[in-house]
Design a protein around this ligand. Structure first.
Ligand code: ADP
Ligand code: MG
Length: 246
């Protein structure tokens, strides 16, 4: 689904991403973890096209998208949530989704989406389902800025879903959530996987990452230091040194 090869991003002298490789299989929940500043968000920003790589390839379903414009990547089926929530706070919940839903309007319907929405429904139907899925149906007409923090995180997820992605990139979706919200997020990630989504999950909450991912790539100082199943990664001394031990 997604493969990065020799991916490099330097910001002046800072080697934020310093030559990483990984491949995400269709239908997989793939974790990307590492200490603060290890290059996780930069990697997602490169995949989404917020930044151009200094070097390297980004293959999405076999096509090198490293130089493809961000909105085109969205229409190819890449959607993401942000580590720091980015919503239109003075628009309603519904309006936030309406804008996302209309972004990839030119894209042909994805097969898995038909499964999710049960056919080529109209935009309203898709938004309703994204709201329903995120537990926000009762908040549709409220301003996004009036939502509680956990609800805003759910709206971010709903917005990414309304864009009908094939690959969903979640940058620390559990940040700031309480235990109950994290349990619900765990549930939602599993449901999305069952519905056929492929997910790249960046997360600091180790319990969540270890529970929902199939494989994990561990970064430290912009480099990959380990990759494997949650059990393999947890048992890796280099990972313990760099991350779990801290
Ligand atoms: P993580 O998400 O793993 O915490 P980031 O990818 O945000 O790490 O950051 C990796 C490194 O790149 C950090 O040293 C950070 O300060 C730096 N960095 C990230 N974005 C920028 C930017 N836009 N300009 C300059 N430095 C950046
Ligand atoms: Mg980050």
């Amino acid at each position: 689904m997604l493969e990065v090869r020799g991916l490099v991003k330097h910001f002046g002298g800072v080697r934020a991403v310093d030559g990483i490789d990984f491949a995400i299989r269709p239908g997989e929940v793939f974790g990307l973890i590492g200490p603060n500043g290890s290059g996780k968000s930069t990697t997602v920003n490169l995949v989404c096209g917020l930044y151009a790589p200094t070097q390297g390839q980004i293959l999405f379903q076999g096509q090198d998208i490293a130089r493809v414009a961000t909105h085109k990547r969205l229409s190819l089926g890449l959607a993401r949530t942000f580590q720091n929530i980015r919503l239109f706070t003075n628009l309603t919940v519904w309006e936030n989704l309406w804008m996302a839903e209309n972004a990839p309007a030119h894209r042909a319907e994805a097969g898995f989406l038909k499964r999710w929405v049960g056919g080529r429904g109209n935009a309203r139907e898709r938004i309703s389902q994204a709201l329903e899925f995120s537990g926000l149906a009762h908040r549709a007409d409220d301003l996004a800025g009036s939502l509680a923090f956990g609800e805003q995180r759910r709206l971010e997820l709903a917005r990414a879903l309304a864009a009908r992605p094939r690959l969903l990139l979640l940058d620390e979706p559990a940040a700031g959530m309480n235990a109950e919200e994290i349990a619900q997020l765990d549930e939602r990630i599993r449901m999305l996987q069952q519905q056929g989504y492929t997910i790249l999950l960046i997360e600091h909450h180790m319990e969540l990452v270890m529970a929902v991912t199939d494989r994990i790539c561990v970064l430290n100082f912009g480099r990959k230091i380990a990759e494997g199943t949650p059990a393999q990664v947890q048992a890796d001394p280099a990972v313990r040194d760099a991350y779990l031990g801290t």
